[in-house]
Design a protein around this ligand. Structure first.
Ligand SMILES: Cc1ncc(COP(=O)(O)O)c(C=O)c1O
Length: 464
């Protein structure tokens, strides 16, 4: 094997939990290989340190005259600046602190304006989207047109151009990077064709912002939404950043304190953005954590993140493709430089079983199911789900290699433990793995999660 460069050989930023040991079914413990960063990424050490330093200063935000209330308010507003600046906010853009990407896109869905004739603004989306960038538009006032993506970037751009010419749209809502394949459309082309047709562009940045440097100002994208918990800051904050006019005029996202100028018993005067959409006590710790992650990522030398991830993705994809019986899922044959999110199918094997085996026998965390992208998985022929491995700044080549060799063993020898479906979730029969000491847990996590999913959705994990 070739000698690794420093970027390739180690993680590019330290994360909390990189040395956490997890139990295997055979009684051994191994370091957890977290190859599920696309779902939720581990906290950066810098984030944990900033949060720990902030907690003694924590007090009410926007509401108190006390010294620490003023400090907390300043921390919250400074964090807002950083969170916006990290995605290249223009000087007149607004940064709304949200819970996550889903929250941000739902918020924007309430702000899409009507056209000059009073017709509610319509939104154009592709069928490749995560449900968070599909459902809010479908139930917005003007509704959405869902365009079936073509099999190449070039054909998809052609289809978008044709649809934008056919009908008026207020907004084109597009993934910044697919949470299934890591692929994306060239943003400059998308912005040019949308703006030419008079439509604005919102990017679902959930899988873009943690993986690539991005700038609203440089690209001309109108809005971007992203999640702290996918950007190494799992403290409950995300963001919507973009043009002020829609956000100042749109329906206040939550009705309540902080979003208003004046309330009388029969009338309300709402504030402008961002306060207009941030009713209730703000999540100052979440905002501070996300700002700390932005600072740490922004401080990386240019190209470091991309080089680290390109190396890991290439190692992952070539390893998967070297195994007979594994198919890597792709939406666009000509996609360039996808982010480190790779979905694959172990042909003829239940993805839930494969994921349970990787966890129980190798201490590897991956995601299985349909990744909240049901229409795309159906179109690509994976309605029964697939397995997804995703990398981040803390991932090492060793973790990728562990996944590849575990899959080779699975296909050559099969699993060593017995597995069964309990509450619609694949689990080890009589799972002997102990729960972490001090966790306060008294029951098995997987079963509890499956029970929740089944109760909420009336269906199995593949529904997620
Ligand atoms: C592309 C994409 N968009 C939106 C979301 C929703 O993000 P969140 O759950 O943080 O709201 C996800 C989550 O996996 C995603 O991958």
């Amino acid at each position: 094997m070739s000698v690794l460069t420093p970027i390739e050989a180690r993680s590019c930023l330290p994360v909390v939990g990189s040395d956490t040991l997890v139990p295997l079914v055979d009684g051994r413990t191994v370091p957890y290989a977290n190859l599920d960063c696309a779902a939720s990424a581990p906290a950066l050490l810098a984030v944990a340190e900033r949060v720990t330093a902030t907690l003694p200063l924590y007090a009410s935000v926007h509401r108190g005259a006390g010294y620490l209330s003023q400090v907390s308010t300043a921390l919250y507003e400074a964090s807002r600046q950083t969170i916006g600046a990290f995605v290249g906010a223009r000087t007149d853009d607004v940064t709304v602190v949200t819970r996550n990407t889903t929250d941000a896109l739902n918020l924007l869905a309430g702000c899409v304006p009507a056209d000059a004739d009073g017709r509610a603004g319509r939104v154009l989306v592709l069928d490749v989207e995560h449900h968070a960038n599909l459902l809010p538009w479908q139930r917005s006032a003007g509704g959405a047109t869902v365009l079936i993506g073509a099999d190449s970037v070039a054909h998809t751009l052609d289809a978008l151009r044709a649809e934008l010419a056919r009908a008026p749209y207020a907004l084109l809502a597009l993934t910044g990077a697919s949470n299934v394949t890591g692929e994306y459309l060239p943003v400059a082309d998308v912005v040019a064709l949308a703006h030419e047709a008079g439509a604005r562009v919102v990017l679902d940045g959930a899988q873009l912002v943690p993986h690539r440097r991005f700038s609203l100002a440089a690209t001309g994208v109108d809005y971007i939404a992203y999640s702290g918990h996918k950007t190494y800051a799992p403290f409950g904050a995300g963001a919507l950043v973009g043009r002020r006019d829609w956000l100042d005029a749109g329906t206040p996202y939550l009705a309540g304190g902080g979003a208003v100028r004046q309330v009388d018993l029969d009338s309300v005067s709402w504030g402008t953005a961002p306060a207009r959409h941030e009713a209730g006590s703000p999540n100052v710790i979440g905002a501070v954590a996300l700002a700390a992650a932005c600072d740490a990522l922004a401080a990386l030398p240019a190209g470091t993140l991309e080089a680290h991830e390109a190396f890991l993705r290439e190692r992952l994809v070539s390893g998967l493709e070297s195994i007979d019986g594994i198919e890597v899922v792709r939406a666009w044959a000509d996609a360039v430089d996808p982010v480190g999110v790779v979905t694959f199918s172990v042909v003829g094997h239940d993805p839930g079983l494969v994921a349970a085996y990787l966890s129980a026998e190798h201490g590897i965390g991956v995601r299985d199911g349909r990744f909240c992208a049901h229409p795309l998985l159906a179109r690509l022929g994976y309605s029964a789900g697939a397995v997804r491995a995703s990398v981040g700044v803390g991932t090492t080549h060793d973790e990728v290699d562990r996944l590849i060799s575990a899959l080779e063993i699975y296909l050559s020898e099969g699993p060593s433990a017995a597995y069964e479906i309990v509450d619609v979730c694949w689990t080890v029969t009589g799972d002997p793995r102990p729960l972490p000491e001090g966790s306060g847990l008294s029951g098995l996590i997987a079963t509890a999660a499956a029970g929740f999913i089944a109760a909420a959705a009336g269906c199995g994990p593949a529904e997620q």
